[in-house]
Design a binder for this molecule. Structure first.
Ligand code: ATP
Ligand code: SKM
Ligand code: MG
Length: 172
């Protein structure tokens, strides 16, 4: 069995979808951000504040490689930036993984993130106007890396259940 990797921008639903998919197909879910927090014994916010983003990206790469090396079946929800650093995007093409980009529009992302930014250090201190512009530019820059995924599922205007069904169809 291959590892199932969900990737995409902050707020596209990696953690939410992975949790529901996990229940539906009975394969354990590992959230890369949560694994990093556990290993560092700090929240993502604290890692950024106390050690900076470069340190976070190093931990993120190490933890991603470690999760891929384990022999367990799993669904891995990546962090929003994971594919964009340390050549992690190259790992998305491996034969031993099924990588799926959860593709959301700027509008969907903005609507989901605007009231849920406090735990996301890259946008936590932005006002609404600033955030919209940031998401648009950032998503454009990151799309190159996200598009290395083997599959793409558009999540706009879909319920969690509909997106889970779309993923199950492409896994079948
Ligand atoms: N149809 C939907 N599919 C997925 N998430 C949805 C949907 N509708 C609303 N949401 C909400 O959008 C948010 C998605 O956040 P989630 O933490 O799952 O994203 P993420 O991609 O893991 O973000 P991050 O990269 O910051 O970890 C959640 O608050 C979720 O409840
Ligand atoms: O998009 C990003 O760069 C990030 C997304 C989150 O999942 C966390 O990994 C962290 O807040 C950085
Ligand atoms: Mg998440």
């Amino acid at each position: 069995m291959k590892k199932i990797i969900l990737l995409g921008y902050m707020g596209c639903g990696k953690s939410t979808i992975a949790q529901n998919l996990s229940k539906s197909i009975n394969i354990p879910f590992l959230d890369l951000d949560k694994c990093i927090e556990k290993r560092a014994n700090l929240s993502i916010n604290e890692i950024f504040e106390q050690h900076g983003e470069i340190y976070f990206r190093k931990l993120e790469h190490e933890m991603f490689v470690e999760l891929l090396q384990s022999s367990e079946n799993s669904i891995i929800g990546l962090g929003g930036g994971t594919p964009c650093y340390a050549n992690n995007h190259e790992l998305l093409k491996s034969d031993t993984v099924v990588s799926i980009y959860l593709k959301a529009s700027i509008e969907t992302l903005y609507n989901r993130l605007v009231h849920n930014k406090s735990k996301r250090p890259l946008i936590a201190n932005m006002d609404e106007e600033e955030m919209k512009e940031f998401i648009a530019k950032h998503l454009f820059d990151r799309s190159f890396y996200y598009n290395h995924a083997q599959h793409k599922v558009v999540v706009d205007d879909k319920t969690v259940e509909e997106t889970v069904e779309d993923i199950k169809t492409l896994l079948a």
